[in-house]
Write a protein that binds this ligand. Sequence first.
Ligand code: UDP
Length: 411
Amino acid sequence: MTTTLQPAVTLPHLEDYTAIVGQPEIAELRTFAKPLAGRTLTMVNSTAVGGGVAEILNRLMPLLNETGLQARWEVMTGDGRFFAVTKAMHNALHGAPFLAPPDAFDVFLAANEQNRKRIVLDSEFTVIHDPQPAALIAAREKDHGYWIWRCHIDLSHADKTVWDFLRPWVERYDKALFSAPAFTQRLLIPQILFYPTIDPLADKNRELDPRFVESVLARFQIDPARPILTQISRFDRLKDPVGVIQAFRMVRRYHDCQLVLAGGGASDDPEGAEVLAEVMHAANEDPDIHVLELPPTSHLEINALQRGSTIIIQKSLREGFGLTVSEALWKKKPVVASAVGGIPSQVLHKITGVLTQSVEGTAYQLRFLLSNPEFARRLGENGHEHVKENFLITHNVKRYLLLFLRALNKA
Ligand code: UDP
């Protein structure tokens, strides 16, 4: 039995986006989709909730279906050992040392083998997201279908052991998609730049009644009268939540403000509880540091926290694309973010936000923006336009349709 997911509760429809991107854009999508009507597509990733990939697929799959493709989303399954191994691989692909037991790759391959037996992989187009299910390509019948590896992480500093293991699997695909030009590795297959996107109509991003925003701040005992600095992220060391607390303490010497660190776990991330404990220790019961552990369904709450914030921080040490940044820019928020991963594609320094490299730099920029609210407001306005032009879900639909069309025309 396979675990085909139910669509999101409120299904998005292409027509709904005309008010945001305009009718010609939607008409163009329908034109591109015509030759693809009835073609089959399967996408596979490793978690149904938590993290950016699940966030994207929840909204993208219904829209792709609406264009006429028969699109299915499958989530791979695995036990605790498998996800511990894939987390270690994930960290190592981001450049950390590879800390895993000697049989790590056997565990990886065994789980992929089990999923290969469980999931039907016979579509004309198959898109496999990230390293966890990468070895599912073994299910490909000779020359059948068009297989794409969609990599959401930055491979530029990949640990050699892990990359040497993974690369031969990746090179069996027809194409690899990366979220930023700097993320790539030398590969024998073509690589394509493919920005991730956000959905402006999803609960995470849609307009909210200001009274709802106020009620969420009140529920978490956050004072709306004083500046609120916020980082929304899974409790993951690569998001540097402890570094955010250090920067906040430097800022607070000059500005009476509050910090919100809000996040939850993802089912494919076993380290969350440990990192949360480190964060609680660093916060040291400071009443102005609000550490919020949110369930994975808290989209409206996160939306409200972002909208209620004065500045959004994303102080990652390494990052994939960093969807939280797009989400904040869409809400016209000034953003202070590390110049890592896909963040510089979104935050154009001093135009759509500010980029930093360190705890001290983050503190400096936060102070600067708190002292210059008009400049901060302009950054937010520009950020919104930048996201509208480049990082909305309709762009993602279009890129996939064009990719499949190209494959069809070559076949
Ligand atoms: N997110 C969430 N709950 C949390 C933390 C994050 O829903 O507790 C969402 C966040 O709003 C964003 C995504 O998960 O949509 C995180 O994507 P990003 O690319 O920023 O980071 P990732 O978690 O994929 O490394």
